[in-house]
Structure formats: C-alpha cells, structure tokens
Design a protein around this ligand. Sequence first.
Ligand code: NAD
Length: 400
Amino acid sequence: MSIINFDKLRKIIPITVNAQELLSKPEKEITFQINIHINKKLFSFYGYVVYYNTVRGPAKGGIRLSPNVTLEETRDLAERMVYKTALTDIPFGGGKSGVCIDPAKFDRYDIRCILQEYVHILQIDLNTQTYIPAPDMGSSPLEMMVIYGETHIPESVTGKPITVGGLPGRNEATGRGAAVIAKEAAVNFIDKPINEINVAIQGFGNVGSFAAYFLSMWGMKVVAVSDVQCGIFNPEGLPIPEMMNCAKKDGTLSTLCLGEKISNADLLTLDVDILIPAACENVINIDNAQNIRSSIIIEAANGPTTYEADEILNGKNIKVIPDILSNAGGVIASYVEWHQGKSGILTDISETFAVIDKLLKKNFVLVKDMAEKWNISHRDAAHAIAVQKVITAMKDRGWI
Ligand code: NAD
C-alpha cells in the first residue's frame, strides 16, 4: 500500500489517474540471495533492492541490515525516499535496499565479505550509479567503505568515512536535521523558553543519539532515551555526550545508572513536550496512540506512526512532523557528499550543517504554511508539496 493517500491529497493538488497509477507502484524490484561460507558453514541471506521512482534522479536510499527486512518494508522505505528528496529539492529519486541479516552476529571481516558479495550482485547498478546507497539501520560508514572499495567510484555511495572521501557532518546529518526540525517546531508551537522544553527520544543509534546531542547542546532538556534493550528517564535531563560514549563502548545503555530504567513502551507515553521516535517503524500505533502525551512528534525514524495512529494523533491535535521532512537531513548531506565526490571540491562540517539547516528550515515553513492554509495535518501538507513536484517532473519528462 502506498504511503500516499491520493484521495485525500486530490482535494489540495491535481492528481491525474495516470500520475496515481505510476506513483502507486515501484518501477523496479530485485530479490537476490547472498550465499557465503563463513568458518566452513554456508550462510544464505535474502536481499532486496527497490527503485520506487527515479523521475527526479538516480535511486537514492540506505541499506538496511536487519533480520526483519522484507521486500514490503524495502518498498515502503524506497517510496519515502521519493518524497523526501522531492520535498527538499534534492535531485535524486527514491530507492532502498535491505539484507536479511543480524549484523551483530558477525564480525567486521565477515560483514566485509557479505558486503563484497552484495556489490558483486548489484555491480552494474552501483557502477552506473543507477542506485546510490547510504547507511540505514544496522549499516554504518564502515559498510559504505566496503562498497567504495569495490566500485572505486567516490560518488557511487554516500555515508563513507571521512578518511575515504566521506563528508564531514554526514554521520551527524540525520540527527542534526531532526534536531533542527524539533527546534523549529518548538519555537512555533510551544509557548515556553527553549531551556524548559523537555524531550524523549526512542532509539539511541546514529539518528537518535545525534538528535539528542544537538538538542541538549541547544539547551533543551533530553529527559529520556532508549535503545532496543531499555530506556533511561531522568526529569532533570540526561548527560548525552557521556551516554554516547557509553553506547559506543558497551553497545548498550543498559549498563548506565543515570536515572530510572523504563521500557520503550513507557518512553513513548511520557508527559514531555516533544517525542522523537528514532528507532523503527510502527511504534506509535492503535494500541498506544490514545496515550501519547507529547504535544509534538518529530518522526526521525521512517514510518514510526501507523495510519490509524496518525488519525488519533490528529484528533488529539498533536503536531506530527512527518519523516519525509524530519529525517531528510541525511539525504541532504548525502547529496553534498555525492557532489563532493563528483567535483573533488572538499566541504567542511560547517558548510554541511549550513546546507542541512537552510533547506530544512525553509521546508518547515512551507509545510507549516500549507498545513495552515488548507487546515490539514503537516503530513498531508508535506506529501502534497512533494507529490506535486514528482508529478511535475513526470510531466516534464513525458512519462504522463
Ligand atoms: P541504528 O541502527 O544506528 O540505531 C537504531 C537504534 O534503535 C538503536 O539504538 C537500537 O537499539 C534501537 N532499536 C532498534 N529496534 C528497536 C525497537 N524495537 N525498540 C526500540 N529501540 C529499538 O539506526 P539509525 O540509522 O539510527 O536509524 C534509525 C531510524 O532512522 C530508522 O527508521 C532509519 O530508517 C531512519 N533513518 C536513518 C537515517 C540515517 O542516516 N542513518 C536516515 C534517515 C532515516
């Protein structure tokens, strides 16, 4: 099912039958197997690549390494990339790939062999930049370096380590973007000084930890964070840099005694100003939406709110800033890295952050104004703006 509710959007923007037909299904999907011997044992992992729509540019989207990856999930994530890139005017299309593997069960040399096999299978698409990967859940700059090591083309993959053509600020980019959007939302929707605004963040990986870091640096009180194992709550605020060091060293927050231990379910229903789901899909759903108490939700994860939950949150007048805006900082930085790879012109971290901040602030205002003008949710407003741009591009290229 498409993430776009075409019937709803048709009241705001013109969507022809042909446009809906093309936007309702992916252009191309590939299912493959990575078969590899590790310590004389055969491992066979399913993998998927989806190019959802490439009218605005090559398919761009992260590689998810998780035992729960499915073709349906990959398709959903690829579709979100179409609208994320369109909303922010980044000249890429939407793609995604996933490999059904628990990366924690393998050492970095095994992962390297698995990723090399991934590149061999997708070699033509990667070498021609039909698909340009980046990190997503379970993958990191180390895996991107393996891809670069195979293609030898700097712009064939983004999210590389800085030592091998990566972009200063790319690692922080998605979390920074979510923090920028959270701050804009706070300034516009909450009548309190910044240092009195409290935030709960689910997920303390790449996105969640950097969102927490920037918000705490900017004076907000991050009172709760969690990883897959547990959450920590302290109404006085948490020492985020210390927790980032611990998460890096121990791989978990569960060894820390900095506040009350809470479950992930408890974190989502805390009485905070801003809730940031930054872990995985569908965590805000029909079972807990009625109990959400924050006044703003920043969707740093992809698809954290189900359709039914979204309706409930709208009914409760909770402002949900959708994923295609809230986590677009990553793909904006990826574009800057891609440009750096192509041009050879080096970019420093302040330039990376300046591009992210500028594009996200501009689009926050456009989405907010659209939502106010039509009295619709921020999700519908963001979708309307993005869908319109993709439809215009399809017309321009004679696809419809
Ligand atoms: P990550 O693997 O670095 O971190 C994921 C975090 O979520 C970890 O702390 C993990 O312990 C926690 N977690 C996993 N499953 C959980 C569960 N069921 N309940 C609670 N916590 C759970 O992943 P990431 O790169 O930070 O990505 C997080 C989300 O952000 C994903 O939805 C991803 O698609 C999205 N996203 C990531 C990027 C990026 O640049 N990395 C860009 C855009 C969107």
